[in-house]
Design a binder for this molecule. Structure first.
Ligand code: ZN
Length: 258
């Protein structure tokens, strides 16, 4: 199977819509727009089997009605806590979703970015929506900091080998902030030297691995000694939620100034 990232909402939210496909069937994750998905399915003569939704935000779901209008057989899986009418199969923690004999995902509840947010993963792939980004993480837009910190710690327990498919192209700016907060992190310095972004090109396969994120993404590293010391200086207490919240606030302030 192949996994392709189709650019979407390129001048606003800079999304990727991920399409997993073999020679006949396709599965789409978080389609915020329809035209490029319909075009890809048609050009490659693919039968859309299902759509997976990580959370309710428009830039992840707005393409669904138009996609379904032309692919009425497609099933839609999404968060149990999301009340959007097109979700046919509500998913929550530990559900197993058998999309094909070769494609089975497990579900994790990962609230924090929103209260309804879920993650799909298996032994190879990780689709965690706006919970984790390449070099960064989503903002808090509906969930709580405590939920978000716990969701991030949950993702950190998953294997390093997982291919990480990020739904937004914020890598350059995230890595700039990462360098600011961890200037001596050699894997991060190496990653920045090796990162070239060609957005809005279509991309093939994952941008990163979870292991790469664990080594370079400050939001998976807020309790490492050097970064933790800086967060304590900025008023955090020695508690994962406080450390995460202080880092998230620091990034929000930095985003505001940049
Ligand atoms: Zn979102």
């Amino acid at each position: 199977m192949k996994t392709v990232g189709l650019p979407a909402l390129t001048s606003t939210y800079e999304n990727y819509i991920w399409v997993i496909h073999d020679e006949t069937n396709a599965w789409v994750i978080d389609p915020g727009e329809a035209p490029q998905v319909l075009d890809f399915l048609q050009k490659n003569n693919l039968n859309l089997k299902a759509i997976l939704v990580t959370h309710r935000h428009p830039d992840h779901v707005n393409g669904i009605p138009d996609i379904l209008a032309e692919n009425q057989q497609a099933l839609v899986y999404g968060p149990e806590k999301c009340d959007l009418p097109f979700i046919q199969y509500p998913c929550s923690e530990n559900d197993l979703i058998e999309l094909d004999s070769q494609l089975i995902f497990r579900v994790l509840d990962t609230p924090g970015h929103t209260e309804d947010h879920i993650t799909f993963y298996n032994d190879e792939k990780l689709f965690c929506g706006d919970t984790l980004f390449t070099g960064g993480c989503g903002r808090i837009l509906g969930g709580t900091t405590s939920e978000f910190a716990n969701s991030i710690l949950k993702l950190r327990e998953l294997p390093d080998e997982l291919a990480f498919y990020c739904p937004h192209e914020y890598t350059d700016s995230n890595l700039k902030f990462a360098r600011l907060v961890e200037p001596d992190n050699q894997p991060l310095i190496d990653r920045i030297a090796n990162t070239e972004i060609a957005y809005p090109s279509t991309i093939n396969e994952a941008q990163s691995s979870l292991g790469m994120e664990k080594n370079t993404n400050p939001f998976l590293r807020f309790d490492t000694p050097d970064l933790k010391a800086k967060l304590l200086d900025r008023g955090a207490t020695d508690d994962p939620v406080s450390l995460f919240t202080t880092l998230r606030n620091w990034k929000d302030q930095w985003d505001h100034q940049n």
